[in-house]
Design a protein around this ligand. Structure first.
Ligand code: ADP
Ligand code: MG
Length: 701
């Protein structure tokens, strides 16, 4: 189907092998299809002609009609030339300025001939001009460029220097459209086109590059986005259905003594959200199908306890569980807090990390094999091949974004059939993104914090106000509280970051001198032992202040810490700021998050600070993050190179459409799970085609 589209781009008239290489390097284009799906990021209205006396430098690209009255060559600097064409209509004069290609211009442009010029007005030397405008004779070449709106494409210097500027790019699009006209097949079934009033494929491609008018453009965009999101959802949903019907799952029907003993001894009641999620998981565990569930919950919402209670149910049914944390410190913390909850219940818990001694490892291994160990807590050390369980029934992955896809897949091989899997994340993944990336997982949400927590107060200060901040910190320490001070750590400038961190540490140590004050420092360059040592000092309350890089971002729980100072806060993304803020506000005391930034901020950075001050709601923040930064950028939310790649739709803006098409896909599969009805055959063919192009989502968890 649509072989034509898969032709090598070098065969397209106007390309050839050298340009093909450049198109690939700059824009990733290898086929006709790639080219046609490289769409304008904005459009310029070409129906309107301005009069020269209307022009001012604030206007965007404009179009004029008139004649060149004379040429002028100006030499400046050493042999540098500027070439000016004085252009006039019946209302005035404007300069067309060229710095390059003088010879070509001299040969091509004539005085007294009517031209249409197109460019961005600017002011230079108190005169209005258009620099390097497009100049056309009316009707020359206009057939292919005769659209009401002209697309503007992403470009680069390399593209421009190789004859692949905007104009040339448009011409390539026109060539491609010409070549495929009448030769491409529809990629959506007629029934869908009719039912949802979608523009046919060729028309859509044609109008996305050369819109006949704004309405046609809008229809074209809708059709292409619809299709893109629809197939992603259809694919994910079909895989989910397949997995549910094929993969058998362990059945854990019983609630027994382990669960009851711990549950009855909890020092607090579960929140309604926790209860609901446990019910959802129990339903999965009783269904005979393998569970694959994503548990989202803001920091401090009590996910770990939910996981623990489900691990106890697993133990009640004679199976083992494991929980995998992204760092040793976190694994240790899980171990300590779980020990507390299960004391005297007969449940046996082990801890396995990179620093577990060989001897202890051997003991753990024996207990795992003979089944006497119920729960294994650890870092990625627990997916090593040497770790074998007797009956692994349930695997929990905490803070999933630190784990690679393959690492998760390896858990599957630890059991005669895949264990139930719960992936927990504190990074609220916006719904649209979760549906796209994890569309084949079931999602549970804890949308409620345990009672008695006071909302964190967030304040924004600039560097000039540091003394006030120090004063405030003093007061908090006097009141017995502890404080985090966090510095950014961003790969490209690591050296500078460490310098900032060390300077910061010195400033803090000056303002809070020992022995009255105890300040600990933790960063990624320290040995694991040192890190542990200082972390533990802070966790035990021996250190008042913890100066750290963003390594503490994930999961640490120190309820007595009530102040989070984030240095150079403008360098963090919203989701990361929210994660960091979540380190405080875990106890009964009022907690504070202090965002320190420079005095001058970009508009975007200011927006981020304002949003942080305005809301504590992680989902709101994640959504804003998505719109502000775009999904490719959600640092800390997703691994880079995640398995989706949207060419036309935009997760930030097209969330509603995404939900709409997901429902449509779901309905189709409900009626025809294997997509074998005549009207659905096209869907199946198309899915298989797309599958060869994208990574397989099935093995994610
Ligand atoms: P998360 O992993 O979701 O960030 P945790 O599981 O670490 O959150 O829980 C944070 C703290 O709240 C822990 O000290 C935990 O014991 C406590 N906690 C959990 N559930 C409740 C509850 N229902 N009521 C009160 N405290 C709770
Ligand atoms: Mg946690």
């Amino acid at each position: 189907m649509n072989e034509r589209l898969r032709n090598d781009i070098k065969f397209l008239p106007g390309v050839g092998s050298r340009r093909a290489e450049i198109l690939y390097k700059e824009l990733g284009i290898t086929t006709y299809e790639d080219l046609l799906y490289t769409i304008p990021f904005r459009y310029i209205d070409r129906t309107r002609f301005y009069k020269i006396n209307e022009v001012n430098a604030d206007l965007p690209y404009i179009q004029l009609r008139g004649k060149i009255v004379r040429f002028q060559e100006i030499t400046y600097g050493k042999r540098q030339k500027r070439y000016i064409a004085h252009f006039a209509d019946d209302t005035g004069l404007i300069e067309l300025v060229f710095f390059q290609g003088l010879k070509w211009i001299q040969e091509r442009l004539k005085t007294g001939v009517e031209y249409i010029v197109f460019g961005k007005p600017t002011v230079f030397n108190h005169k209005l001009n258009l620099v390097h405008p497009e100049v056309d004779e009316p009707n020359a070449d206009r057939n292919l460029l005769q659209s009401a709106m002209q697309g503007v494409y992403r470009s680069s210097e390399i593209l421009q220097n190789n004859g692949l500027g905007q104009r040339a790019f448009l011409r390539l699009q026109a060539n491609a459209l010409n070549v495929i006209q009448g030769q491409i097949e529809e990629t959506l079934p007629t029934c869908l086109l009719q039912q949802y009033r979608l523009m046919p494929l060729y028309e859509a491609l044609s109008n996305i590059h050369f819109p006949q008018n704004a309405e046609r453009l809008q229809q074209a965009q809708y059709r292409l986005k619809f299709e893109e999101l629809f197939y992603i959802q259809l694919n994910l949903l079909r895989q989910r259905n397949e997995r549910k019907s094929v993969a058998r799952g362990f059945i854990f029907p019983r609630i027994g003594d382990y669960f009851s003993a711990c549950y009855n001894r909890l020092p607090f009641g579960l929140t309604d959200a926790q209860k609901r999620v446990i019910k959802e998981i129990r339903r999965d565990m009783g269904s005979g199908k393998q569970m694959n569930r994503l548990l989202q919950g803001d920091v401090g919402s009590g996910k770990t306890l939910v996981a623990l209670l489900c691990m106890l149910i697993t133990a009640d049914n004679g199976y083992q569980s494991c929980i995998m944390a992204p760092t040793e410190i976190l694994a240790q913390q899980h171990f300590d807090s779980i020990q507390e909850f299960i004391r005297d219940s007969g449940i046996r818990v082990g801890l396995l990390t990179g620093s577990t001694k060989k001897k202890d490892r051997r003991v753990l291994q024996e207990q795992l094999i003979d089944g006497s160990l119920h729960i294994l807590i650890g870092t990625h050390a627990l997916i090593e091949d040497t770790v074998q369980f007797r009956q692994l029934g349930f695997a929990v992955i905490d803070e999933q974004h630190r784990f690679g896809v393959e690492q998760r897949a390896r858990l599957w091989s630890k059991s005669e059939q895949p264990p139930h899997v719960l992936v927990m994340t504190a990074t609220p993944i916006p719904r649209t993104l979760a549906m796209t990336v994890y569309g084949d997982l079931d999602v549970s949400v804890i949308d409620e914090l345990p009672p008695g927590r006071q909302p964190i107060r967030t304040l924004h200060f600039n560097d000039n106000q540091r003394l006030r901040v120090f004063e405030f910190m003093h007061k908090q320490i006097q009141a017995g509280r502890q404080i985090y001070v966090v510095y950014p750590l961003i790969k490209e400038s690591e050296k500078m970051d460490y310098k900032n961190l060390e300077e910061g540490y010195e400033i803090i140590s000056d303002a809070f001198p020992p022995p009255t004050f105890d300040t600990a420092i933790v960063h990624g360059k320290m040995s694991s032992d040192d890190k542990q040592f200082y972390m533990q000092r802070f966790i035990r309350g021996q250190a008042h202040i913890m100066v750290a890089t963003s390594v503490i971002e994930v999961g640490v729980n120190v309820p007595n810490a009530t102040v989070m100072v984030i240095e150079s806060a403008e360098r963090f993304g919203l989701s990361q700021l929210h994660q960091l803020r979540g380190r405080v506000g875990r106890g009964a005391e009022q907690s504070y998050c202090i965002l320190m930034t420079g005095y001058k901020l970009s508009i975007e950075a200011r927006k981020r600070m304002e949003l942080m001050v305005a809301t504590n709601n992680g989902f709101e923040i994640a959504d804003a993050d998505l719109t502000l930064r775009g999904p490719g950028d959600l640092e800390g939310t997703l691994q880079s190179g995640q398995a989706f790649d949207l060419r036309i739709a935009d997760l930030g803006r097209d969330g509603q459409l995404l939900e709409y098409v997901r429902q449509i896909a779901d309905d189709i599969l409900a009626n025809d799970p294997t997509l074998t009805d005549t009207q659905n055959i096209l869907l199946r063919t198309r899915l298989n085609q797309l599958k060869n192009k994208t990574k397989n989502y099935k093995d994610i968890s």
